[in-house]
Design a protein around this ligand. Structure first.
Ligand code: CP
Ligand code: NVA
Length: 316
């Protein structure tokens, strides 16, 4: 139960760095409540009369659908603005588009390349802006991942989460931030050339001083031993397609396959993937299907958690 009412009204959601551990836990618990209600056929009207803009420079299945369904479930109106629908940043400045949308919409979701764009939208629109993924960060995904882990383990603090693959992409970054905020022991298992940005690691180590979490960055596969959860993501993020050959060569030894899962050596380990998955690259079909139930809980939880973010920051 989201027992404490926390006032997040009017806040943007650009990165978990901006949120306290209590606020993050609150959003996860609110999502859990909204999920329980939805399963009982109960939806709300907290976004009644609210219009939200969904800006997508990059493609999306889960994030777009989660914002759309979550908004409509709460009585709001979502408007999709794809990359060819508006002229964001190439004919009209981000600042101007932000000021226009802020006059017409009550909230804005942005998925695209630069973190700077989502920050400018928040600065100039005057309404809550939610980060639906940038090259650097994917904060709404972490809420879904952590709700899923909480459903599996009952708690988050002290869990051992091992992220395997591209250690410098948006998922590695965001999982590191979220883990450090909530006291999760986080390992990045990746070739050295893809290790996470040192400035971000230092920032997260500061959060760990309060939360009790830890960070390990290594290229040694033995690091998976004893993990509560193994996580992977695509080897080439959106926009990096040209790097495919190089990435496959680098990351092949880090594929999540049966051998790697056996090396974990525990019965209860869950496997998570933010999706979309490119099977037979970062994960084998066998491992994926063995863990499909939890992976698709995680995908479903995108909707409940994104709904929670909108309700908490914009809802009546
Ligand atoms: N995990 C995720 O963000 O999925 P989409 O790219 O389909 O939105
Ligand atoms: N790292 C991936 C995440 C997809 C949800 C990408 O940016 O394409």
């Amino acid at each position: 139960m989201a027992e404490k009412i926390m006032n997040l009204k009017g806040r943007s959601f650009l990165t978990l760095k901006d949120y306290t551990p209590e606020e993050i836990e609150y959003l996860i618990d609110l999502a859990k409540d909204l999920k329980t209600k939805k399963k009982q056929g109960i939806t709300g009207n907290s976004l009644k009369g609210k219009n939200i803009a969904l800006i997508f420079e990059k493609p999306s299945t889960r994030t777009r659908c989660a914002f759309t369904v979550g908004c409509i479930d709460e009585g709001g109106h979502p408007e999709y603005l794809g990359k060819d629908d508006i002229q964001l940043g190439y004919k009209e400045s981000v600042e101007d588009t932000a000021r226009v949308l802020g006059r017409m919409f009550d909230g804005i979701e942005f998925r695209g390349f630069k973190q700077d764009t989502v920050e400018k939208l928040a600065k100039y629109s005057g309404v809550p802006v939610w980060n639906g993924l940038t090259d650097l960060d994917h904060p709404t995904q972490i809420l879904a991942d952590f709700l899923t882990l909480k459903e599996q383990f009952g708690t988050l603090k002290g869990l051992h989460l091992v992220y395997v693959g591209d250690g410098r992409n948006n998922m590695a970054n965001s999982l590191m931030i979220g883990s450090a905020k909530l006291g999760i022991n986080f390992t990045v298992l990746s070739p050295e050339s893809l290790w996470t940005d040192e400035v971000l690691v230092a920032e997260c180590q500061e959060y760990n001083k309060t939360s009790g979490g830890t960070i390990t960055i290594t290229d040694n596969i033995d690091a998976v031993k004893g993990a509560d959860a193994v996580y992977t993501d695509v080897w080439c993020s959106m926009g990096e397609e040209a790097l495919a050959g190089e990435r496959i060569a680098l990351l092949k030894p880090y594929q999540v396959n049966t051998e790697l899962m056996n090396a974990v050596g525990t019965e209860k380990t869950v496997f998570l993937h933010c999706l979309p998955a490119v099977k037979s690259y970062e994960v084998t079909e066998e491992v994926f299907e063995a863990h499909a139930d939890v992976i698709f809980d995680e995908a479903e939880n995108r909707m409940h958690t994104i709904k929670a973010v909108m309700v908490a920051t914009l809802g009546n």
